[in-house]
Design a protein around this ligand. Structure first.
Ligand SMILES: [Zn+2]
Length: 398
């Protein structure tokens, strides 16, 4: 086992990152190593997995064995020389970027490199981008920056041009299925189902393979198209979708919120004898308010992510319908994303035409864009379910 094993179907990326690891070990690092990297790839392709694997490989005496103390600490997020930043709000602010840049200039405490992984670097505000640019232009000698974004367009061209680019691709269903078989110990049928249903999103595939409630939620979402028989059902389904996303988001963020609040109070000495010094109370209040704002922003984003995942499931469903209508499906089990729903897909393919299916796909994309632009989820999803029921209405409005 090595740190590269969790990178599914990314042979080219593994090759260049392990070459860099080898060159990084020389007294004067060879040409395959550099101090700034841009790791891009579609959601779920493993951008942060790649960044963490590379970070571990740079710390490990054996180039990323996956087994030594260095590798384990990087994996656990406790290595002193590897910092993983995940902007948790909707965007990453300038003050955060400044603090990060100043930490990056500190020498590594154990190893040769100080690695900073910046996940979702596309969430940096423009000024935060500029702060980062300066750090990358004049890098401290031991700092290694690993920026992760969906595509190269997500960072400033000036940053892009100073980074070595590693591009991940969407893994094939076979790659994902093989990985699930080897790593999750699931049976071949579940592995193949999860691989197709996740549409190349490895984390989602893992959840679908091992978590019945994830499969159940997905079935609920995919049962929506058949239920949109009248306006009332459109509104009810939209409400159900939004409520589920809210609940799921709360289940993810609430435990984090609570822990952070406790940590903060502890840091301010709340409850400790004689620590309630003057000004302290005001300070605690300010810090709590800042924390609550950040947590609220994270909750909004998590809720949006949950809804987007549901929309991707729906998108996959209508893509299957379209493939069926174009006669492109000769083998349902390997060519459909939702093979388990093939009879429902065939029925809808018969009862509608490809133009309507295209409109429906377009309606889903519109809803995704609306959510991304901060439109109230309820409104965006209601508009969607109404469009899905009568896609022809879109012709008169667009
Ligand atoms: Zn190791």
């Amino acid at each position: 086992m090595t740190v590269w094993d969790d990178l599914v179907g990314q042979a080219a990326a593994v090759e260049s990152l392990s070459a860099a690891t080898a060159d990084a070990r020389a007294e004067i690092p060879g040409p395959a190593m550099t101090h700034a990297w841009l790791i891009t790839g579609p959601p779920g392709s493993g951008r942060s997995t790649a960044a963490r694997a590379f970070a571990a490989a740079l710390m490990c005496a054996n180039g990323g064995c996956g087994d030594c103390a260095e590798c384990r600490e990087v994996a656990a997020g406790s290595h002193p020389d590897v910092e993983v930043i995940r902007p948790e709000g909707v965007s990453y602010k300038t003050a955060d970027a400044r603090a990060l840049v100043s930490r990056a200039s500190m020498a590594p405490s154990r190893g040769k490199w100080h690695v900073i992984v910046l996940e979702d670097a596309d969430r940096l505000t423009e000024t935060a981008n500029n702060v980062l640019l300066k750090a990358i232009e004049e890098p401290p000698p031991r700092a290694v920056w690993l920026l992760c974004t969906p595509s190269v367009e997500d960072v400033l061209p000036t940053i892009r041009s100073r980074c070595r680019h590693v591009m991940l691709k969407t893994p094939t269903p076979q790659d994902v299925a093989d990985y699930l078989l080897a790593s999750e110990g699931v049976d071949a049928e579940s592995a193949l189902f999860a691989a197709h249903a996740s549409q190349g999103h490895v984390g989602r595939a893992r959840a679908l393979a091992r978590d019945e409630s994830a499969r159940h939620r997905r079935r609920e979402i995919l049962s929506i198209p058949a239920r949109l028989t009248n306006l009332r059902m459109c509104l009810t389904s939209a409400e159900a979708m939004v409520t589920t996303a809210k609940e799921d988001a709360r289940a993810i963020t609430e435990p984090l919120d609570e822990r952070e609040r406790e940590d903060l109070l502890l840091a301010w000495g709340e409850g400790a004898e004689g620590r309630g010094v003057k000004g302290g109370a005001r300070g605690v209040k300010g810090a709590l308010k800042e924390l609550e704002d950040r947590q609220k922003s994270r909750n909004t984003r998590t809720q949006r992510d949950q809804l987007d995942r549901a929309l991707l499931d729906l998108l996959g469903f209508y893509r299957d319908v379209l493939a069926e209508q174009f006669g492109a499906v000769t083998d349902t089990s390997s060519q459909l994303i939702n093979a388990e729903m093939s009879s429902e897909i065939q029925r809808l393919a018969r009862e509608s035409d490809p133009v309507e299916t295209m409109w429906r796909i377009d309606a889903i994309e519109t809803a995704r864009l609306a959510l991304d632009a901060n439109v109230a989820p309820q409104l965006a999803i209601e508009a969607l379910t109404i469009d899905l029921r009568r896609p022809s209405l879109r012709r008169s409005t667009s």
